[in-house]
Design a protein around this ligand. Sequence first.
Ligand code: ZN
Length: 183
Amino acid sequence: MYALYIQRIKRKKTRVKINYPVVFALVLLVFYKSKKRPVMLTKNFSYDELIHSDKAIELGIENIPNAKQLKALIALTESVLQPLRNAMNFAINISSGFRSPQVNSEVGGSSTSDHLKGQAADLQSVDNAKMFYHIKKHMLFDQLIWEYGDDDQPSWVHVSFDPILDDNKGEVLKMTKDGIFKF
Ligand SMILES: [Zn+2]
């Protein structure tokens, strides 16, 4: 009788036994979800920094590229931004990449801006002029603009790249408070 009682307890115990493989899988899932790894387009540039917009966050609007715009962003990153980063010894900050029509009009961008197509980025670093001259001398691009600043350093560098290679016209411009001029 006593032996039977013990046996019943044992059986009960096995019924509430923890299923370790399931718990392990759940812990892993929570761990990976909490890590939120950035999606990298190339070694140094993430998807998030190419679509980031303070204005979009401030206004609570979306700034998400469609497939074609994303393809253009990837081409820009692979063909210009990453090779430029590889040639410089410093980090490059993307102050503006892709802009949805709403974001673009809110920041006062031109209605034909290459930012709308995912083909342009504004770059800032410890040496904006060095980036500008490197792109100008060594790279294929559609438009390169020395934006504001002074004769030594632009405030930022605008560069655009067309995924249709033959359409890259290599135009170099200078934007000042008086207007836009050939560089
Ligand atoms: Zn720009």
